[in-house]
Design a protein around this ligand. Structure first.
Ligand SMILES: C[S@@+](CC[C@H](N)C(=O)[O-])C[C@H]1O[C@@H](n2cnc3c(N)ncnc32)[C@H](O)[C@@H]1O
Length: 249
């Protein structure tokens, strides 16, 4: 399976009920207020935080590679009475009719791009879609290995129809040279005697600050700041999510 298609089918269905937390919209609202509109969220999924930003009246479009996640977003938007413009595209093959003052990912979704070549294509697309003087915000982190005692541990949730939903990491491989961690995730849905079980590899690919700055430079983007999620300058030793601010060189 192509990594860009991971959040489809049973994964899209189980995403909302099983997700452990929702992205805080505040850092992204503050980013947009600071650098201007229109704005674009890459990897907007089923609508967090895009729908909250739209509810606040911010001009934000969305892009996601999963038609199933976007269908859920549109359904939520209809229920909330919120108008949202979203595009079914991969961020590494971006081709949109508008240019944006602000382009961002909410949380470290950029690490779902499985290698440097795909990341470069995404950065190239970001640069091409920035309006003059526009800014991009890319949160990044280095994932920790799943602790051994958590391999095989099952998280459960109930679906609206009463089915039991389960997710677990069943195996994991880490490659420090390629900077990838591949977790084999098992998704399960059980309802009475009916059951579906599907296993999918979930790849994360990370960067040092220097490696990311070098990639950005290749496509004509400069890292103008590295901050924590609150927009404060990040100390060099932070292992948490870092926000990279980018502008055209
Ligand atoms: C972890 S989810 C986050 C969704 C949402 N922003 C949230 O916080 O709930 C990551 C999203 O990125 C999307 N995605 C993954 N790879 C992508 C790619 N190459 N291009 C565009 N979207 C991608 C997935 O389909 C998924 O909806």
């Amino acid at each position: 399976m192509d990594p860009a298609d991971f959040y489809t089918g049973i994964v899209a269905e189980l995403y909302a009920p099983l997700k452990s937390y929702s992205q805080d919209p505040e850092p992204y609202a503050a980013f947009i207020q600071q650098v201007g509109m229109p704005a674009l969220e890459l990897g907007c999924g089923d609508g967090d935080p895009l729908l909250e930003l739209r509810r606040r009246g911010l001009d934000v479009d969305g892009v996601d590679s999963s038609a199933d996640m976007l269908e859920r977003l549109r359904h939520r938007a209809d229920e909330l009475g919120i108008a949202a413009t979203v595009f079914h595209q991969r961020m590494e093959a971006l081709d949109l009719p508008r240019r944006y003052r602000a382009i961002f990912l909410a949380g470290p979704t950029f690490t779902l791009l499985p290698d440097d070549a795909t990341a470069l294509a995404a950065l190239r697309g970001i640069r091409a879609h920035l309006a003059e003087g526009g800014t991009a915000l890319v949160p990044l982190f280095t994932p920790a290995p799943t602790p051994a005692e958590q391999i095989g541990r099952v998280r459960t949730a109930a679906a609206p129809d009463g089915a039991e939903l389960r997710v677990s990491v069943v195996a994991e491989q880490r490659d420090e040279t390629a900077r990838t961690q591949t977790s084999l995730l098992r998704y399960e849905r059980h309802h009475g005697s009916a059951g579906t079980i599907e296993e999918r590899p979930w790849i994360m690919h990370w960067y040092t600050r220097e490696q990311f700055e070098e990639l950005a430079a290749v496509v004509g983007l400069t890292v103008t700041a590295v901050t924590d999620a609150d927009g404060k300058p990040a100390p060099a030793d932070v292992t948490d999510v870092l926000h990279f601010w980018l502008q055209s060189t």
